[in-house]
Design a protein around this ligand. Structure first.
Ligand SMILES: *[C@@H]1O[C@H](CO)[C@@H](O)[C@H](O)[C@H]1NC(C)=O
Ligand SMILES: *[C@@H]1O[C@H](CO)[C@@H](O)[C@H](O)[C@H]1NC(C)=O
Ligand SMILES: *[C@@H]1O[C@H](CO)[C@@H](O)[C@H](O)[C@H]1NC(C)=O
Ligand SMILES: *[C@@H]1O[C@H](CO)[C@@H](O)[C@H](O)[C@H]1NC(C)=O
Ligand SMILES: *[C@@H]1O[C@H](CO)[C@@H](O)[C@H](O)[C@H]1NC(C)=O
Ligand SMILES: *[C@@H]1O[C@H](CO)[C@@H](O)[C@H](O)[C@H]1NC(C)=O
Ligand SMILES: *[C@@H]1O[C@H](CO)[C@@H](O)[C@H](O)[C@H]1NC(C)=O
Ligand SMILES: *[C@@H]1O[C@H](CO)[C@@H](O)[C@H](O)[C@H]1NC(C)=O
Length: 353
């Protein structure tokens, strides 16, 4: 919990996860602690948003996260809420690095928005650094930093040389007011509800929906128990996004992971099977027939670079039922070849190892 005053942490009310103050050697006490302005505090807001640490001095300020198992995969999540903590009403923009690798630009576009930035990386050492880079567009700050170990078998696209930066992680058909995270997801990924769409109908089950043990993505049961289908059964499911140029890469590559499970016990004469297309061409050669109450993922192994992205799920000629989808994860890739490089080798005004 960045900027938390005092020596002791606390247990977060909803997740029951323990939060620690960031004055315990994470930053070498660089930066200053602030509370967000009272007008931005809402009754349901979690305690971890109340305060933050800002870095007015130095171009590069780093958090060092220790107790890492070298070679293991980690999810690193940085959280931001400006809340006019400095009374200046000035929304900053700055860069985040993981080690010396560009992670992404953080553009704070509203004072009350809770912003999450997530990356999955292999950490080669027993520590990893998260660095805030002042790019001359305002004072960098951070509200919270989460570190979660993942199983080695998860997200095989993540290697020593490549990390995955989260664009979106959607739970289709779930409660529109709440996301899903720990304890429902043992890996504490955050699954956000897809906003209501009049072109889709929700499907859900209360029965157990499982991924096989050690499957690479393991979307949690609470996410897999809901899905959507087109309201008009002869339509496709479609979603699209624009490539987002990054400071390190004008045309980032994308990884698309889609989660499917049949939630309805189909009569023997019914078939639900569909093609998965990207920009009108087959993304996967295999036709998808979601298994009943089991999870199955469809994904690309190598990053795809296009000038636009339209994913369309369309029923095969044999299918008697429209396509469904339970969840979607979308990532861009970053190189992480120098993750272990000591950041004091680069430009480093205030940092700690
Ligand atoms: C932030 O708020 C807490 C709790 O109200 C208070 O103890 C602390 O002194 C405040 N910190 C700053 C920097 O104002
Ligand atoms: C968390 O729970 C404690 C104990 O029930 C309560 O005192 C506190 O106000 C809660 N905090 C938030 C942010 O909801
Ligand atoms: C940052 O966000 C602001 C406000 O939403 C927007 O106007 C601006 O174009 C963004 N800048 C960049 C570089 O994305
Ligand atoms: C979702 O959209 C449908 C159709 O537009 C509408 O009837 C329904 O009330 C909406 N649900 C919510 C919770 O807003
Ligand atoms: C469903 O979509 C088909 C093809 O676009 C259209 O011909 C049909 O009228 C639609 N049905 C309804 C009920 O909207
Ligand atoms: C569905 O996808 C297949 C394979 O890409 C394509 O041949 C077919 O034209 C598509 N049908 C519709 C209705 O979009
Ligand atoms: C449709 O069904 C026929 C007959 O069972 C089969 O030969 C064909 O491969 C099926 N096509 C698809 C796309 O599943
Ligand atoms: C990694 O370090 C080498 C040597 O310092 C450098 O040439 C290369 O550009 C760096 N790669 C990245 C992704 O930063």
């Amino acid at each position: 919990d960045c900027g938390l005053q005092g020596e002791t942490g606390y247990t977060e009310n909803t997740t029951k996860l323990s939060m620690a103050p960031d004055n315990g050697g994470f930053t070498d006490d660089a930066g200053t602690c602030h509370n967000i302005s009272a007008e931005y505090v809402t009754p349901l807001m979690g305690k971890s948003w109340f305060n933050l640490r800002s870095f007015a001095a130095g171009t590069r300020n780093c958090y060092t996260l220790r107790s890492i198992v070298p070679g293991l995969k980690y999810l690193v999540r940085a959280r931001f809420m400006y809340g006019n903590y400095d009374g200046l009403h000035r929304l900053p923009m700055f860069d985040l690095h993981i080690g010396v690798n560009f992670w992404r630009t953080v553009n704070i576009s509203s004072p009350f928005a809770a912003k999450f930035v997530e990356v999955i990386v292999v950490v080669p050492d027993d520590y990893v650094q998260v660095c805030l880079i002042n790019t001359g567009a305002g004072t960098p700050f951070i509200s919270g930093l989460d570190l979660r170990p993942l199983k080695k078998t998860m997200y095989p696209q993540v290697t020593a040389a490549q990390g995955l930066v989260l664009l979106t992680r959607f739970n289709f058909g779930g409660d529109e007011n709440t996301g899903i995270r720990y304890p429902d997801d043992p890996h504490d990924r955050m699954w956000f509800p897809w906003v209501n769409s009049s072109s889709w109908t929700e499907i859900s089950t209360t029965r157990r929906v499982k991924y096989e043990a050690d499957s690479p993505f393991e979307a949690p049961m609470a996410v897999m128990q809901t899905a959507i289908r087109p309201r008009n059964a002869s339509h496709n499911i479609e979603f699209d996004w624009e490539p987002q140029p990054q400071a390190n890469d004008p045309s980032p590559g994308y990884i698309i992971i889609m989660h499917f499970s049949e939630l309805q016990l189909l009569p023997s004469n019914a078939v639900r099977e569909f093609y998965i297309n990207l920009n009108g061409k087959l993304l996967n050669r295999d036709v998808m027939r979601p298994p009943y109450l089991y999870g199955q993922a469809s994904y690309n192994t190598f990053a795809i670079r296009k000038s636009y992205y339209i994913v369309s799920l369309n029923a095969t000629a044999n299918s008697t039922l429209p396509p469904i989808i339970n969840a979607l994860e979308l990532f861009s890739v970053i190189p992480t070849t120098n993750l272990s490089t000591n950041s004091q080798d680069g430009m480093c005004a205030v940092c700690t190892l």
